[in-house]
Ligand binder design. Structure first.
Ligand code: PEP
Ligand code: MG
Length: 582
């Protein structure tokens, strides 16, 4: 039966495929397709690991002291029973041979299928056996990790174009999860999935931001999606409307298939603008920059016609490493790769911004503080550990020897933070000089993301060469709305008069003083807001590479001499959003 789940649209387009439900705890399992001739060996990998776990448990049983609690013996019996369960074995075989999933993926998929059945059981004792099943699968996975991969198992990725809808093997897959951390999302960046849905998350949560950077349809904040959708269900993700349609009828499928093809035609049309300079009808040059998460994203940025990187979120180098942070050399190599990848175009490297909805690790998230967005985040985190911060500062300065680099500091609010940061940059330069290591000049910028910063612009302009408005956080902190919380997403409003006032003043003050100013929050990539930002005097926009051409199209159609007066009216309106839809 067809039904729809509503969430928040985060990445444009339509994806049609079968659902792959991934439990949050299992997203770190590799997901790739195998070749048909690898089916046997892949099934064998699971079987060998399972047999090893069986032996392990049998050994435990043999060595069990006589006075061991009876519950323990019973528990081991249950684990043995689950390990030998035919449904598990047959299910794994099915996913490997029918769908060509790699062994780990097949195992966790079948785990999800059986776990669902446990959830639906009336009997509480049986329901609780789900935890045992998870433990057993965890043990098998651990054994598989230890065992070498068969030599033939070269992962093959398929593009969506390779896939045919009516073929049970070669269908596109969409990922449905309760929650994915930004680091998890990054892991899926090169994956086989054609779309994403998560139960939680706001429109500008970092999970949504990474989804957008992948340029595939995604919906977040879909509440119960991961419970309502079953493994393997046919699903349509409408990333424009924020709707997930489950088990669609033939008519709905045809309709969305049409919409999908229209989207492809539109992309094709936009791609012709790649080499067109971004100049408005009245001759204003507009800088369109890229936001990136990893050094290798520079390729996509250049391909999309970006004039530089306006925001390299360096924290993605720090996440998902079990607290083992990258040192100066590793960071230097990464920044250098980004700089070289941009082929002489400037790269704005933002110093690390972890905390809030970007925990370093899943484990650290669990011990999160009460109010993480207001806690030790971004520059506060860096200043709390000067040795770590100095590593990063030196790495950025060294990368600047290979091409134009700007350094951007997140979440500043206090004069003392500004002065401490500048002192540490000086120290980093002095260290490198003393060590005789080459480094380059950098332009220094501050992010305006806290209302306190937007209200003390003179202080910022005294110390910094340029400002970059992080509207995602500026909105969050101005309106006291957690950007990652879907339950207050309806109040997260980029067009709130207070937000517009802070933004307009920042742009105007920088323009008046001849200092560079850009917007690097999600507002910059939203084509519904391009004209307004141009009207407010903005001439530098930084966004996901995938958004650049659509924004360029808006720029080419705009006349800033006409937009300036209108933008002032919007700024003074009681409901600015109504003026944008007129
Ligand atoms: C912002 O806050 O707008 C921004 C660009 O930084 P981030 O989204 O990484 O917090
Ligand atoms: Mg921010």
């Amino acid at each position: 039966m067809t039904f729809a789940v509503h969430g928040l649209p985060v990445a444009r387009g339509v994806a049609i495929g079968r659902a792959v439900i991934v439990a949050s705890s299992r997203v770190d399992v590799a997901h790739y397709f195998i070749e048909p001739h690898q089916v046997e060996s892949e099934v064998m990998r699971v079987r060998t690991a399972r047999n090893a776990v069986v032996e392990e448990i049998q050994r435990l049983q043999e060595d069990m002291p006589r006075d061991a609690p009876p519950e323990l013996t019973a528990l081991l019996d249950v684990h043995l029973m689950l390990l030998q369960d035919k449904e598990m074995e047959n299910g794994v075989k099915h996913w490997v041979s029918e769908r060509l999933y790699n062994a780990e993926w097949a195992l966790t998929t079948q785990l999800e299928v059986i776990a669902r059945q446990f959830d639906e059981m009336e009997d509480e004792y049986l329901r609780e056996r789900k935890a045992d099943l998870e433990q057993v699968v965890e043990r098998i996975l651990r054994h598989m990790k230890g065992a070498a991969l068969p030599v033939v198992a070269t992962p093959r990725r398929r593009t969506q174009q390779d896939l045919l809808l009516d073929d049970t093997v070669d269908v596109p897959l969409v990922l449905i999860a309760h929650d994915l951390s930004p680091a998890d999302m990054l892991q899926f960046k090169q994956s086989v999935f054609a779309g994403f849905v998560t139960d939680v998350g706001g429109k500008t949560s970092h999970t949504a931001i990474v989804a957008r950077s992948m340029d595939i349809p995604a919906v977040v904040g879909a509440r119960l999606a991961s419970q309502l959708v079953r493994q393997d269900d046919w699903v349509i993700i409408d990333g424009d409307a924020g709707v997930v349609i489950v088990d669609p009828s033939a008519i709905i499928l045809a309709e969305y298939g049409f919409k999908q093809r229209q989207g492809e035609v539109e992309r094709e049309r936009l791609s012709r603008l790649r080499h067109t300079p971004a100049v408005t009808l009245d001759g204003q040059h507009v800088e369109l920059l890229a936001n990136i998460e990893m050094p290798d994203d520079a390729t996509a940025a250049v391909k999309a016609g970006a004039q530089g990187v306006g925001l390299f979120r360096s924290e993605f180098l720090f996440m998902g490493r079990s607290g083992n942070l990258p040192g100066e050399e590793e960071q230097y190599q990464a920044y250098r790769r980004a700089v070289e990848g941009m082929q002489g175009l400037p790269v704005t490297i933002r110093t690390v911004d972890v905390g809030a909805d970007k925990p370093l690790d899943r484990a650290l998230k669990e011990e999160a503080h009460l109010n993480p967005a207001l806690g030790l985040r971004a520059i506060r985190w860096s200043l709390a550990d000067p040795a770590m911060f100095l590593d990063q500062l030196r790495a950025i300065l060294r990368a600047a020897a290979h091409g134009p680099v700007h350094m951007l500091i997140p979440m500043l609010a206090h004069g003392v933070e500004i002065r401490q940061t500048i002192a540490l940059i000086e120290q980093a330069r002095a260290d490198l000089k003393a060590r005789g290591i080459a480094f380059g000049d950098v332009k220094l910028g501050a992010m305006i993301e806290i209302p306190a910063a937007a209200l003390t612009l003179k202080l910022f302009l005294k110390y910094f060469d340029f400002l970059s408005v992080g509207t995602n956080d500026l909105i969050q902190y101005t309106l006291a709305i957690d950007r990652a919380d879907e339950s207050v997403a309806h109040l997260y409003d980029p067009l709130h008069p207070a937000v517009l006032r802070l933004l307009a003043d920042t742009i105007a003050e920088c323009n008046a003083q001849g200092k560079g100013v850009s917007v690097c929050g999600e507002m910059a990539g939203d084509i519904a807001l391009t004209r307004l930002l141009l009207g407010l005097g903005l001439r530098s926009f930084s966004m996901h590479p995938a958004q650049i051409l659509a924004v360029k199209q808006e720029v080419l159609r705009a006349d800033t001499s006409r937009l300036a007066g209108w933008a002032q009216q919007v700024l003074h309106a009681e409901e600015p959003s109504l003026m944008l839809t007129e």
